[in-house]
Write a protein that binds this ligand. Structure first.
Ligand code: NDP
Ligand SMILES: O=CC(=O)O
Length: 292
């Protein structure tokens, strides 16, 4: 089996690279904070000293990094991907970024003869650990087909959405909806509490009705226990709202609900909740609602 490169061992990357190793892939990893590679090495991974070194060694390389600045940095900066990408090699960026960032990366890689695929994912830490992500790929179809054995390990379903940008846009639309939902959910929990209802009973009622969903089911119990151990960091959810609102601007789509949700996430970041789970936005509504 060909060696797969893997850049970025945060919450998602660590779980995904571990999954590939568990399924017999040979994986060479790199992370900006190199010590984060150690655990993967214990499970059989090799380490590349730089993104360029990983690209040089591997037929194709996957990355999942925090935001557009990080995604651009590993490509364009010193020791970055552009230094070694060439004909026959592929680069797959699974970070959640905007379409412009993805296109910039795709064009630079194509200018060196390499293949590019954007492939952001829907699903969080647990789906990443369980190989149950939804993969939203777009770009070079041949690279998509080459990567399908890896995608089959990482996800429960892969979509090929056509040209570069479509994967990024689909992911931003999905996360815009999710971010708005967690805000409405938080408001509802505070309203239940302040009007004398038991929030746990609200969760039970919601779960039996037409708006039951895995996100409410998973986050509800931890939110009412004030447990925000990060699966999806709030700072990344706010980045996604910001990028989705920019997509709305470009397309003249009015998004008052998403704009209000973005303000709540920004407020949460401003009071130091950015590294907690995105469901910590609930704390903002508790304060606004006067909850103790
Ligand atoms: N967590 C989730 O539930 C999901 C997240 N996503 C998306 O996946 C991406 C990663 O998320 P997640 O794993 O949660 O994030 P983390 O914050 O846990 O990890 C971020 C990763 O990006 C690296 N990084 C940050 N800045 C730079 C930089 N300038 N140069 C190089 N590397 C950098 C970090 O390296 P270092 O260790 O050195 O800090 C780390 O490896 C994000 O785009 C997010 O929106 C998508 C679906 C679900
Ligand atoms: O991007 C986050 C997710 O849960 O999907």
């Amino acid at each position: 089996m060909a060696e797969v490169g893997f850049l970025g061992l945060g919450i998602m990357g660590k779980a995904m690279a571990m999954n590939l190793l568990r399924h017999g892939f040979k994986v060479t990893v790199w992370n900006r904070t190199l010590s984060r590679c150690d655990e993967l090495v214990e499970h059989g991974a090799s380490v590349g000293e730089t993104p360029a070194a990983v690209i040089k060694k591997c037929k194709y390389t996957i990355a999942i990094l925090s935001d557009p600045a990080a995604a651009l940095s590993v490509v364009f900066d010193k020791d970055g991907i552009l230094e070694e990408i060439c004909g026959g090699k592929g680069y797959i960026d699974m970070s959640t970024v905007d379409a412009d960032t993805s296109s910039k990366i795709g064009e630079a890689i194509a200018s060196k003869g390499g293949y590019f695929l954007e492939a952001p994912v829907s699903g969080s830490k647990k789906p990443a650990e369980d190989g149950q992500l939804v993969i939203l790929a777009a770009g070079e179809k041949a690279l998509y087909e080459e990567a399908l054995p890896a995608f089959d390990v990482l996800g429960k379903k892969s979509f090929f959405l056509g040209k570069v940008g479509n994967g990024a846009k689909m992911k931003l639309v999905v996360n815009m909806i999710m971010g708005s939902m967690v805000n409405a959910f938080s408001e509802g929990l505070v309203l239940a509490d302040k009007s004398g209802l038991n929030p746990q009973t609200l969760l039970d009622v919601l779960d039996l009705g037409g708006i039951a969903n895995p996100m409410f089911r998973m986050k509800g119990p931890t939110m009412i226990q004030n447990n925000y151990s990060p699966a999806f960091p709030l700072k990344h959810q706010q980045k996604d709202m910001r990028l989705a609102l920019a997509l709305g601007d470009e397309n003249a789509v009015s998004m008052p609900v998403a704009a209000a949700a973005n303000e709540a996430f920004k407020k949460a970041r401003s009071v130091g909740l950015g590294d907690l789970d995105f469901s910590a936005v609930y704390e903002i509504f508790k304060v606004a609602g006067g909850s103790t």
